[in-house]
Design a protein around this ligand. Structure first.
Ligand SMILES: Cc1ncc(COP(=O)(O)O)c(C=O)c1O
Length: 413
């Protein structure tokens, strides 16, 4: 029960180091950008910022697409905008599932009336491109929807061949890159990805609540035939597209395109503060250089993984396909996973994650993303984990974790 005084207290949470699967600590520059004063949504300064956001995210996504914009809401809002706009009732959609978020794509596609065809593989692995090629040939879907990095399993699906397969078959490819963008290579154009969405709270190290998306002219062609501008803002002489109306108003990409174009047709009120955050996230990752950022994520994960293995812990999943920013580690036999995780949080202020579904209570997930992805944090996490494990009955060789991570950073590993 909160007393009246507590209700009037300012927020003052205990400091945390967020090393779970996201959200993660926000870049201080992003926090500062978020305290920038409000602007009206049609103020030329603000529409100028919207244009800058488009230019910045084209670079982050490595695309020449004109359309790179923000959907307001968490990463799932970006997914819904792409799928709501791309799927008409009865469309066949192929969803290869290798973790929780493939199930999410299936669920969303089905809600928009798709006939969903799923492929499944064991959690901890990814798909061979041939398997997806066979399914595309057999089922002739109009869309393949696929997760890039599934944080629930920590696996990253290689996409380059899948993009080629879809393009050759005339099938559109949508990718959920929420958990990979900014920390793992993602080549939207070179890999022939037609539409992709993300979030800020992983490798971009922003707060959850804004979903960058990009899509190409193939997507524009498909969705434009479904353009239905809402009454009250229709320009003179407007006629609706011949296709079925997109089932969501908020996630209607053609209306968002009008808002993010010189027409500035009023749709929603852009989430000003989240746009400032998204803009600053992109500026930070681009100023560092995408390749440099990917290398920083790879190095931190290599050091963390070397440390965990030296402690006698087993890493989860197919070693060849791990994401560069999340590591799954098997909870050792006899250790109560949630209790140990709680002690790490309460006693050391470090948050790590567990997983979902078949992996709940079986693995922990350690994130090394964005602002958090630094040597000091890797060493802190390993030494704290060592202490907590010791209290919970698992004895790692003395200093083994930290020493192994040091060796990687010293260039010896
Ligand atoms: C791969 C993936 N997709 C989608 C989501 C959903 O993101 P949000 O919770 O921001 O809606 C997550 C969040 O962890 C994710 O990792």
């Amino acid at each position: 029960m909160n007393s009246t005084t507590q209700l009037f207290d300012e927020l003052d949470p205990a400091p945390r180091l967020l090393m779970g699967p996201g959200p993660v600590d926000v870049y201080p520059r992003v926090l500062r950008a978020m305290s920038t004063p409000m602007l009206g949504q049609f103020d030329p300064q603000f529409t100028g910022y919207m244009n800058e956001v488009m230019a910045l995210y084209r670079q982050v996504f490595r695309t020449e697409n004109h359309w790179a914009l923000l959907v307001n809401g968490t990463a799932r809002a970006g997914i819904e905008a792409c799928l709501a706009s791309l799927i008409a009732p009865g469309d066949k959609v192929l969803v290869p599932i290798f973790g929780r978020f493939g199930h999410l794509l299936t669920e969303i596609a089905a809600r928009f009336g798709a006939e969903v065809i799923t492929l499944e593989t064991e959690w901890g692995g990814v798909f061979e491109a041939d398997r997806i090629a066979d399914a595309v040939r057999t089922h002739t879907p109009s869309l393949v929807a696929l997760v890039h990095g599934d944080t629930s399993t920590t696996m990253a699906q290689p996409l380059d061949e899948i993009g080629r397969i879809c393009r050759a078959a005339g099938v559109l490819l949508y990718v959920d890159a929420t958990a990979t963008l900014g920390g793992n290579p993602l080549e939207v154009d070179a890999w022939h990805i037609d539409a992709v969405s993300a979030g800020l709270q992983k490798c971009l190290s922003g707060p959850p609540g804004s979903a960058p998306v990009t899509f190409n002219e193939r997507v524009v062609e498909r969705i434009s035939s479904r353009k239905h501008i809402e009454a009250g803002i229709r320009p003179e002489g407007y006629t609706a597209g011949p296709g079925p109306r997109i089932a969501s108003n908020y996630f209607d990409l053609p209306m968002l395109m009008d808002y993010w174009s010189p027409a500035r047709l009023n749709h929603h009120t852009e989430a000003t503060t989240m746009l400032y955050a998204a803009r600053e996230c992109a500026r930070i990752v681009l100023a560092e250089g995408l390749e440099h950022g990917f290398a920083r994520h790879r190095l931190a994960s290599r050091a963390l993984r070397a440390g965990l293995e030296a402690m006698g812990l087993e890493l989860f999943g197919d070693a060849a396909h791990r994401m560069a920013n999340v590591t799954g580690v098997v909870i050792p036999a006899g250790v109560a996973g949630d209790k140990a995780r709680g002690e790490l949080l309460e006693d050391f202020g470090i948050e790590i994650g567990t997983s979902f579904g078949p992996l709940h209570g079986k693995i922990w997930r350690l994130g090394t993303m964005g602002h958090v992805c630094r040597k000091a944090n890797i060493l802190r996490c390993l030494s704290a984990l060592d202490a907590v494990l010791r209290r919970n009955g698992f004895e790692a060789p003395v200093n083994a974790g930290v020493d192994a991570a040091y060796a990687i950073y010293d260039g010896e590993g």
